[in-house]
Design a protein around this ligand. Structure first.
Ligand code: A3P
Ligand code: MG
Length: 361
């Protein structure tokens, strides 16, 4: 019987130094849509970076506009995994410090928010190769079922999130948004970030919505902005209400990559945004603390730190053909199984060969 890791959040109530977490941008890449193949995705540099529109705080954005005619939907089948990150490492000849964890921000966000997650479990595949821990998410059975039963309204509401970006961003600094264009969720601009959580080093990619063109912030990631939509709910004191743990998810995603600003678009039930409001990522935990069901960022960071240490103590076979599958379900401990089955391996041959060749030079 292999060891397990407890996720009871009271065990992680220690004082992690949140202000000491300082992510650094190591590079960027963009994904472009190949119009000829209709599905292809291309790799380039920062061509897909967009710029925040200095819009009024009282807009009237119809998020339904253009749906479904001007929507090219991303295939969320998760097959892509780590390939863009691996391609970036090879292309940039990036030197990985021993013991680095390499993955995508979305997977880290799930780990970070685990102490407060009551609904969705996760499956994380980890392989150790040349002293580096690579991780990628695998689809759980519940997630697969949920995807298959998504209804038409949920599909349309996913579009709303992307359409909000179209109202809020331009392709050129100080340009005008092209709100009549096609919404293509395959395209995106990514930052590659290195950060430290105690003695653990992480290298991960994260999609960035746009850049705030202001003399105040001259460097990445401090000029990045995350855009979010939220149903407008107001309590008796005229304060905004958020669905349970929504602010935790917003905070975790932006905090990990060092994105300091989140611009929220408050929408009606019919998808009309009538108000936008900026939130500093650093102020979100205090905002959420007003809620009696609040969460602590320190608990999240202590948990992810413990989980990374757990990976290091359990993942011992340095072999890209061996996959340690960590799994967690709400109210349970984290446990794992070890596999040699190619159906789980995720480090591509081209990457293993590329890195091996590099080591020989
Ligand atoms: P909202 O977050 O405003 O709902 P992100 O905010 O991470 O940049 O993602 C942009 C939009 O993509 C989201 O907008 C949402 O519409 C959609 N989206 C992101 N993750 C998703 C997921 N796991 N399933 C469905 N839609 C998702
Ligand atoms: Mg966003």
């Amino acid at each position: 019987m292999s060891s397990t890791l407890s996720v009871i959040n009271s065990q992680y109530h220690r004082s992690f130094d949140i202000n000491g977490y300082k992510p650094l941008e190591k590079g960027t890449f963009s994904l472009e849509f190949d119009r000829e193949k209709q599905t292809g995705r291309k790799f380039s540099d920062s061509t897909k970076l967009r710029y925040l529109v200095k819009s009024s705080e009282r807009p009237n954005f119809d998020l339904r506009e253009g749906y479904p005619d001007r929507y090219i939907k991303m295939d969320r089948s998760m097959k892509e995994g780590l390939s863009h990150m691996l391609e970036w490492i090879l292309k940039e000849n990036y030197v990985l410090q021993p013991g680095t964890f390499v993955g995508r921000r979305g997977y880290l966000t799930k780990i970070l928010t685990t102490p407060y997650e009551n609904n969705e479990g996760w499956l994380l595949a980890v392989s150790l190769f040349n002293g580096t821990y690579y991780f990628r998410e695998m689809e759980t059975e519940a997630a697969r079922r949920f995807k298959e039963t998504r209804n038409a309204r949920l599909e349309e509401m996913t579009y709303w999130g992307y359409k909000f970006e179209h109202y809020m961003c331009t392709d050129e600094p100080n340009g005008k948004p092209n709100t009549k264009g096609v919404v293509n969720s395959n395209e995106g601009y990514y930052t590659v970030v290195e950060s430290k959580i105690n003695e653990h080093t992480l290298l991960f990619s994260g999609e960035v919505d746009c850049k705030n063109e202001t003399p105040l912030y001259q460097t990445a990631p401090s000029y990045y902005v995350e855009l979010k939509t939220n149903a407008k709910l107001v309590n008796q004191n005229k304060n905004y209400q958020f669905r349970r743990y929504k602010l935790l998810k917003w905070w975790a995603q932006s905090f990990l990559a060092g994105v300091p600003l989140i611009v929220a678009g408050f929408r009606t039930e019919d998808g009309i945004v009538k108000e936008t409001k900026p939130y500093k990522t650093s102020e979100i935990p205090a905002l959420a603390a007003a809620d009696s069901r609040s969460w602590k960022p320190t608990t999240c960071m202590e948990f992810i730190n413990a989980f990374l240490s757990f990976i290091k103590s359990e993942v011992t076979q340095d072999d890209p053909g061996v996959v340690y599958l960590f799994s967690w379900e709400p109210k349970d401990d984290v446990s794992y199984t070890v596999h040699r089955d190619p159906k789980y391996t995720f480090l591509h041959d081209w990457y293993v060969e590329g890195m091996t060749k590099r080591a020989r030079v």
